[in-house]
Design a protein around this ligand. Structure first.
Ligand SMILES: Cc1ncc(COP(=O)(O)O)c(C=O)c1O
Length: 369
């Protein structure tokens, strides 16, 4: 699905120099690279403050804590996402309230949000899935009407935009994952919380560092150890300089898929909502018999992945939230039909055409038989 070695080959010299700098400085935790990366990533997103953490799951969990979410509270989110979005809510003792998604962009359906809000709702967490931004304008309007903040789960969408503004700068705060396969990926786990609310980011920083106050051994609240380490920050600083170019290359490949797969009966291709720009983290198509398509692609040496086979309201781990089959028809249908084709900046355009031809051949054979 991705070739991280091909990416490393493009930036090897820069990465090795950056790593050597950290090794020479021996500042492995909280060094200059962490502070610089936070500043650079915040500026890139267009926000005032950022706090690096150990991974995207902690970014979510600590952001919920910093929002004061706890037992008795409800958090409105989607089920068509990675488990971490729901985990962060349950880990804080709150209840996830799942709403269905839009069938075209696979993101939170704003029309479902209002009805899900109760006096216990403390936060709304839309997910910018597969790189496509959620429909933030109406979501933010509803949230403002009810006085509820919005936290963007931007783990999959570094650089996605709504009306020319990058995700991360749209809600009250946002969380990112730098898992290696993400658009901006570390060489291990890493994550980030960003916001224009510097006090909120300071609370996240305190929670991520054992609840320490001004002094290291002045522990004010129970926190945890969830720091971004300097080696990952150094790698991420190098990669951030290339991210715009890589996102352009992703778009070029997504457009090539779009052109090559257009008009196939029964196949739904991803489309951008008006005013939205996807970061094209994944290229997901909807096909009725995706397992057979996946097997056909595999027989030709092509990896295709299924994200996600089960919406998280039906995951046993989240059964306490009371989700039942049929609650979220669109999310459930998408989880039966979506399949992601390989997409990464270094993927040769010739490979895109070969993969698309295999899909076309499969679909045409299936419709004529
Ligand atoms: C939507 C979403 N949220 C949160 C996460 C969690 O990020 P991490 O794997 O860095 O903990 C992921 C990771 O894939 C994700 O896709």
């Amino acid at each position: 699905m991705v070739d991280l070695k091909a990416q490393y080959d493009r930036i090897r010299d820069e990465v090795e120099a950056a790593l050597a700098r950290v090794l020479e400085s021996a500042a492995f935790i909280g060094g200059q690279d962490c502070a610089r990366f936070e500043e650079e990533f915040a500026a890139w997103c267009g926000v005032k403050a950022a706090c690096g953490v150990a991974n995207g799951t902690d970014a979510l969990t600590l952001s919920l804590r910093a929002h004061g979410i706890g037992p008795g509270d409800e958090v409105v989110t989607v089920a068509n996402t990675f488990i971490a979005t729901g985990e962060a809510i349950v880990l804080n003792g709150a209840r996830p309230v799942f709403v269905d998604v839009d069938p075209v962009t696979f993101t939170m359906d704003p029309e479902r949000v209002e009805a899900a809000i109760t006096p216990r709702t403390k936060l709304i967490v839309p997910v910018h899935l597969y790189g496509h931004p959620a429909d933030m304008k109406p979501i933010l309007e509803i949230a403002a009407r009810h006085g509820v903040p919005v936290l963007e789960d931007a783990a999959q969408a570094h650089g996605a935009e709504v009306d020319g503004r990058r995700v991360g700068a749209l809600g009250h705060a946002a969380t990112f994952s730098f898992y290696p396969g993400k658009n901006l990926g570390a060489y291990g786990d890493a994550g980030m919380v960003v916001s224009n609310d510097a006090e909120f980011v300071a609370r996240v920083r305190q929670l991520a560092n054992h609840g320490a106050g001004r002094n290291k051994y002045d522990n004010v609240v129970i926190g945890t150890n969830s720091r971004l380490d300097s080696l990952q920050a150094a790698v991420l600083r190098v990669k951030l300089r290339h991210l715009d170019e890589w996102n352009r290359e992703r778009r070029e490949r997504a457009e090539a898929y779009g052109a090559a797969l257009a008009g196939l009966p029964g196949v739904v291709l991803p489309r951008e909502r008006r005013g939205a720009r996807s970061a094209w983290h994944l290229y997901t198509i909807r096909v009725p018999d995706r397992e057979a398509l996946q097997a056909r692609l595999r027989s030709r040496g092509i990896a295709a992945a299924i994200h996600y086979p089960r919406p998280i309201h039906l995951q046993p781990a989240l059964s306490t939230a009371g989700g039942r089959v049929g609650d979220l028809p669109v999310s459930e249908q998408l989880c039966r039909e979506v399949i992601a084709l390989p997409l990464y900046p270094e993927l040769p355009l010739e490979a895109v055409h070969r993969i698309a031809a295999t899909v076309r051949e499969f679909v045409c054979a299936a419709t004529t038989s």
